[in-house]
Design a protein around this ligand. Structure first.
Ligand code: CA
Length: 227
């Protein structure tokens, strides 16, 4: 079964929050609720929601401030609710990174349509972010899968990470030091030549099998995947 979509409602007016909750549950969404800016931000940052419906006028911290803080770390889709039909609010909301806004009182069908749209847009973005490709090579980051011309390629976690870093930085030559740090972490005690070893493993699993020249050695500098 597919994971249920969770909508976070941040709204201090209990009547509106309750109404939204019922409508969203009826549509098959899971619902989280917060009645203040701080608790709403905390819930959004905890990562349990797929979209947030955020009221502007809130106790503790207003909706714009919640959005401003959230956007430092998260691309969670946000639909702002504003009581005032003021152009300034809308502009501030959209400039602040809101995906959409609705003016109260709103028609629930319109809000539901905007929620579906924002979720769809984010879903497409996530799918793109989760895929890295190069010619016939495809890396699905969410599923941790690598395929060449549709055939699965089995990589160890370090090989996978090295290939991911090289593919994510296509056309950029990365030094062994940089690769070591990105693949093995800052405090890895080993020598940078472990990168040479992993590159050799990757070549034996990809280049040698599929007769391609995937990872280029840039002498004296490092490695690179070139378009
Ligand atoms: Ca309010």
């Amino acid at each position: 079964m597919e994971k249920e979509t969770t909508i976070l409602i941040v709204e201090d007016e209990e009547k509106i929050a309750r109404f939204l909750e019922l409508e969203l549950r009826h549509e098959g969404y899971q619902v989280l609720k917060a009645n203040g800016g701080r608790s709403g931000l905390a819930l959004a940052e905890s990562g349990g929601a797929d979209l947030m419906v955020l009221d502007v006028m809130l106790p503790e911290m207003n909706g714009f401030e919640v959005l401003r803080r959230l956007r430092k770390t998260s691309k969670l889709p946000v639909i702002m609710l504003t009581a005032r039909d003021e152009v300034m609010d809308k502009v501030a909301g959209l400039d602040g990174g809101a995906d959409d806004y609705m003016t109260k009182p709103f028609a629930i069908e319109e809000l539901l349509a905007r929620i579906r749209l924002a979720l769809k847009k984010r879903g497409a973005e996530l799918q793109k972010e989760d895929m890295l490709t190069y010619g016939e090579l495809g890396m699905d980051l969410a599923r941790h899968e690598v395929r060449y011309a549709g055939e699965p390629v089995s990589l160890t976690p370090r090989e996978f990470e090295l290939l991911r870093v090289l593919l994510a930085n296509k056309n950029i030559v990365l030094s062994r030091d940089v690769l070591l740090e990105k693949v093995c972490g800052y405090d890895y005690p080993g020598e940078t030549n472990v990168i040479d070893v992993y590159v050799r493993y990757l070549r034996s699993k990809l280049d040698d099998v599929y007769h391609v020249k995937l990872i280029q050695t840039v002498r004296g500098v490092g490695y690179c995947i070139r378009e």
